[in-house]
Write a protein that binds this ligand. Sequence first.
Ligand code: AMP
Ligand code: ZN
Length: 468
Amino acid sequence: MVIKIFNTLGRTLEEFKPVERNVVKMYVCGPTVYDFIHIGHGRTFVVYDAISRYLRLRGYTVIRVQNITDIDDKIIKKSQETGKDWREIVDYYSKDYIDALGQLKIKIDIHPRVTQHIKEIIDFVQRLIDKGHAYVSNSGSVYFDVNSYPHYGELSGAKREEWNQEEEFIKEKKNPYDFALWKAWKPGEPYWDSPWGKGRPGWHIECSTMSTRYLGEKFDIHGGGSDLIFPHHENERAQTESLTGERWVSYWVHVAFLTIKKEKMSKSLGNIIPLNEALKKWGPSVLRYWYLSSHYRSPIDFSEEALNQASNSLQRIKDSIAVLRSIISEGPKFYAKDEDIKVQQDILKYLDMFHQSMSNDFDTATALSHIHEIVSLIFSKLQYSRDFLGAMLAFEALKQFNDVFGVMDEEFYPSYEKISKIIDSVIEIRNELRKMRMYEILDKIREELLKSGIRILDSKDKSTWRFE
Ligand code: AMP
Ligand code: ZN
């Protein structure tokens, strides 16, 4: 089944073909760490996680890079306002971010931080100067010469008058729409030495540098929230393609906003709900489920009702798995009725529709509706017919659903840590029983665990265990 993906560049659905046959390389713009991560960020990061999980389910190896912007005007401002060292601020909020990603079970392969890539950034800027795409101003800042890149504006469709970036520096630029690659030092700001004097990198150059460092000069998917299309991604594209002289990113993917009372949730508007607070209240699975119950290109509006509804709806799926497990434990039957065969075929049809939806620009909303068709069949038919094959197929469908949505990982992939904790507590209880000389129960527990493939090894004063 062909995977189609909506490319912001060109604004059409395109067939997905990675640069390398079996590998997908993705770069997502991560946060600027001057405040707590909020549930709006969470949406963008979970959407990308679901896209990577789907691609993995389809057999691709996915490599994910998501940066941390740890030097920026906003960080410097926060440091000036609070009197705290900027490094202390970025370390504190980076921890909050990484912790939220961990709780949301988002797998990132590398989180490059800008301040650890200054050498590479300087090198990138120097090469742009050498190729005639950038120039040094009187103050020691370096600007990208937008007129030197003929494709500028193609990604965002931005009009020339919107290109008026960084007003305060207008006097030192060739054109008002040129943007900074390197910002000359101002007293009180952090700085790094460069061939153009003390300064720090501009915002856009960091992502061009770090993405190409880890993913190469051509890679598959680049994106973030839709606020980044202009100017950030337009500028990143101009920088990188000017340097390489070739097409850089194959697919530009942008996630619509999470809104609250129909307004974008953002740190600067002061209407944020910190992700870590939301995680405490609803837990990672309900949040993920809610995020993914809309298509990523439609905005979603936060409300308590929506999350409560997501929680109920997810619980219904979990309950259906309990029904399936009990049918499966009864084992295969000797006969299936016509009606059972029809249910089996319907389950396969909905599973196929699930894949069709996911392959159609990662339409998690429609994909989820097909999963609910299967859940309805479990409660209305399988629960009573107790057809083994139907239950096995439904179980497989829900497992694949979870592989993408990541809302019931414990259900399908209980962690080794959890299992070993349970066995350890059984052993502890057994030790107590030994003190009471209840040897019969001791033996019974050992036999029972052995049936599940767990062997208890008793020595004089302690017991250990291993998998058979
Ligand atoms: P920032 O820290 O604002 O640079 O944002 C980090 C990432 O989160 C970027 O990819 C943003 O586009 C995305 N993002 C920020 N706010 C929202 C929101 N309200 N809804 C969806 N994505 C967002
Ligand atoms: Zn970026």
